[in-house]
Design a protein around this ligand. Sequence first.
Ligand code: D61
Ligand code: MG
Length: 378
Amino acid sequence: MLGVILESITRPSEVAALLQYKFAPKSSSTERLKQSLANDASKKECYKYLNMTSRSFAAVIQELDDELRDAVCLFYLVLRGLDTIEDDMTLNLDRKVELLRSFDQIIYQKGWTFNENGPNEKDRELLVHFDVVIDEFLKLKPEFQKVIANITKLMGNGMADYATGEHRENTSVATVKDFDLYCHYVAGLVGYGLSDLFAASGLESKEIAEDKTLSNAMGVLLQKTNIIRDYREDLDDGRQFWPREIWGQYIDKFGDLTKPENKDKAKHCLNHMVLNVLNHVPDSLTYLSRLRNQSVFNFCAIPQVMAIATLALVFNNLDIYQRNIKIRKGEAVKMILQSTNMDNVIAIFRHYVFEIAKRNEATDPNFMNISMAVGRVS
Ligand code: D61
Ligand code: MG
């Protein structure tokens, strides 16, 4: 906490937000969740795994209204389990593909657990105790179960296609179209599933699940932002998610973007990647503007606002090629406290997109395209 305050010490509004957040009374939703966990050990386990495996989503999920909280928590845990199989580079490829393609059936097998993940896989514990997730999944309303199983099937098969390189000539991401499709599988589909859950809960109208382009954009914007921010970590782990169609315009070898002698090209490449994400901003704002329930609005708006702030942080910032960079906790908390209505969310988006415009340079080959993408938001 002290470190967090020091990081924001020159920004009084952030220090105020941190203190307000820290000493705020527990929300009524948190209270009700605590009550529902008091005499339910297996549900309690699930929320323990939610908090263990997600820094970004645990808090916003727990703040959802009662009608949705458990369904979204289980949706998250099921997909985190699936992703823990996808991410494991120590698993044999045939075994991985078999698991990915059948995961939508595994979630109906009472007692199923998995201990074949490598010892260093970050969420391996979740799969070791996956029987608890399955028990709670099977207690959800059949309509919720169907949404979750349907998305799990589509995502598992999409991940398997990528793991085997089925739809293209090699295992890295070649074209912008491939990049969009991969992000659709791993994140856009979450947007579809969440919209279906919102509609099934009755907290939002059926229309929210009808425009798939908007639901997809919600997830793709988050995933692409993570992929830019995580360049170095992924490179060090032997993964490449940036499409060659973009980085190939600037450099011959993906890893060469880290080299000091390539810094201008690396900067232009990075900004080209940010430009690609900016294209999803109008759809994300349109989706948010259609939400009616307060808890659903906060749940959806907070991650989007964090992503826009992260995009502004990475734009024109060569540090991403050397280390992990993150927005300050004080900045994050200030945004969380503000992200409760559409007017504030639009103001936050404008603020960060304006930050990008200020650091846009006339020497950048995409200077004009970036200006136009900015113009579409402000
Ligand atoms: C509103 C609110 C939250 C939303 C949304 C709309 C639309 C989409 C998403 C959240 C999904 C965002 C994904 C961005 C984070 N990326 C990852 O976690 C990557 O894994 C992707 C596959 C598993 C997706 C699991 C997930 C994530 C968030 C959820 C959810 C399911 C269910 C409900 C609510 C939020 C990434 O994982 C990194 C890691 O291992 O930690 C990767 O492997 O690329
Ligand atoms: Mg993954």
